[in-house]
Design a protein around this ligand. Sequence first.
Ligand code: URA
Length: 248
Amino acid sequence: MSNLRLDKLLADTGRWSRKEARELVKQGRVRVNGQPVRSPEEKYDPAGLSLTVDGTAVLYEAYTYLMLNKPAGLLSATQDRKQKTVLDLLPPELQKRGLFPVGRLDRDSTGLLLLTNHGELAHRLLSPRHHVDKVYLVQTEGEIDAADCAAFARGMTLGDGEVCLPAGLEPLENRPGWCLVTLREGKFHQVKRMLAARGKPVLSLERLSMGNLHLDKALDAGEYRALTPNEVENLLQSAGLGTKKSQS
Ligand code: URA
């Protein structure tokens, strides 16, 4: 990989804007290979680089990984001529990074949305072959019963003939009308279509997790943060792309 400016290396982690990264360096809070550096324009080869901010190791990733708590009312898309998309929530420097949402949430759905520019990871997280579970907290009209759970567990064929893999359905005991749905694939409007086929239309739907990545409850709707190095590593592992090298 070619040498990159220090402020870009820091901003590429998704934790700081380019401007914030420049400030950190100028304030003497950044060390490269153990040495304090005060010039943001200094260039380094990212391979094997040791980078710290305030003494804490920072993982440089060629890719960016963000967790967004998607609010209702935005499209899970990179751009749209008429409507706002989840990318509109990001500052310009992150918008330029080729990020895209992994696994769509409907306009009215909320919760965990992974934004990345790591295409192979996205492909693996969504492919049924890699068995990455997605868990949704769902409110339905009508109570879920044992027959609904059995139908999900068997794998349902929808009205249009589309076949769904076996899925989890678990009513929440102390929250009547609410349930957890676990899917390992991501067909169009899948949760809504499966529950509608059981006569239990969805009233609200929030994604809680994808593989071992869980929605951070500290994020309000519309807020995002960079994944921690451990979250990145765990996610890569769960998709069969793990490498101990990517841990800080
Ligand atoms: N299934 C749906 O029906 N909608 C979503 O947003 C996600 C899964």
